[in-house]
Design a protein around this ligand. Structure first.
Ligand code: UDP
Ligand code: MG
Length: 317
């Protein structure tokens, strides 16, 4: 049987309430996979502390002192979960591994699915995407906004599987390819799906959060969604162009109609309400379209500065 060096990447933001249990559990999973002969003894967990203000980093250092299977890095501030994941992938690629699995620090994703990920990897998959069986643990708003996001992405031509969270396995090869993309705002769900590497899907159950609260709020989720859209699709811009063209054509027809009325029927217009409504609708549309264009200009602006994605303050290798 093939043996693999596995690195488990865990982004952590203020996770002091979950982290001890999570690390202990993941170490058990590593041991179990080792005993089954699926992974090598040098497999490890890599925790990225995304600028936590609680005891998260102390817990990581404590475990690192006890076992070399626990490693990690600390950001100088909070950069958000995508950056923490990217940093994790980049670091384990540099330290060395055959594949990396990313999982949340609250272990909401069923950690036993890692074994299935590894099996798929041994069957030749370069990427294994975890797909949630359901969204029972999400509230009404989160469930529906998430669905809306996936639907929008599909309409915009970005084929990411619905209900895929960032629970996935990526091979060393996929990590090497990622290294060549120096986009600052890489949207991982879109990115790994677009690569065209052999992909497998594993279904898993979602558990309630172990302790503490979700680290996402409506603002950070909206930001993630907008970044996802603007970094993966230019269709909204094209829609704006088409909309502008249709509006222009409509305006032309209305103009012609007005002139005909004026010349042939000598009707003075009495459509005050219509005028007001039309000007509001068009005004709103114009601002909306400007907003869409603004999002892309903002994306270009951030990319063009090519600032470092994140800055680490410490690393435990
Ligand atoms: N996370 C992070 N930085 C952030 C927000 C979240 O590293 O700014 C991590 C968090 O610690 C967890 C994962 O991302 O490991 C998913 O977050 P959470 O469980 O709060 O999200 P939810 O499950 O509610 O979508
Ligand atoms: Mg969670």
């Amino acid at each position: 049987m093939k043996k693999t060096t596995l690195a488990i990447v865990v982004p952590c933001y203020n996770e002091e309430l979950c982290l001890k249990a999570t690390i202990a559990r993941l170490l058990e999973v590593l041991r179990m996979l080792e005993q089954k002969g699926k992974i090598k003894e040098d497999s490890y967990i890599y925790l990225v502390d995304d600028g936590s203000t609680d005891d998260t980093w102390n817990i990581i250092t404590e475990y690192h002192k006890r076992t070399h299977q626990v490693r990690g890095a600390r950001f100088i501030r909070n950069y958000g979960n995508q950056k923490a994941l990217i940093a994790g992938y980049e670091s384990v690629r540099n330290i060395g591994c055959d594949c990396a699995v990313s999982i949340d620090a609250d272990l909401q994703q069923d950690e036993m699915a890692i074994e299935k990920f590894i099996d798929e990897f041994h069957n030749g998959a370069q990427i294994v995407s975890g797909i949630r069986n359901d969204r029972k643990t999400d509230g009404f708003i989160k469930k529906n906004t998430a669905l809306l996001f996936y639907k929008t992405m599909h309409l915009l031509g970005v084929k990411i599987p619905v209900n895929h969270s960032d629970y996935r396995l990526v091979s060393k090869k996929a990590l090497d390819i990622m290294e060549e993309f120096d986009e600052r705002y890489l949207f991982l769900r879109g990115f790994f799906n677009e690569l065209g590497l052999k992909t497998a899907y594993v279904y898993f159950d979602v558990k309630p959060r172990m302790a503490g609260n979700s680290k996402f709020n409506i603002v950070s989720l909206t930001r993630l969604a907008l970044e996802g859209i603007t970094s993966y699709s230019i269709r909204p811009l094209r829609l704006v162009t088409i909309l502008g063209f249709l509006m222009g054509f409509f305006g032309f027809l209305v103009g012609v109609e007005t002139i005909i009325e004026k010349i042939y029927f000598n009707n003075s217009p009495n459509g005050w309400a219509t005028a007001v409504i039309l000007s509001c609708v068009f005004g709103g549309l114009q601002i909306f379209c400007l907003g869409i264009i603004g999002e892309y200009v903002g994306q270009v602006f951030r990319e063009v500065k090519s600032r470092p994605r994140y800055i680490k303050s410490e690393e435990l290798k």
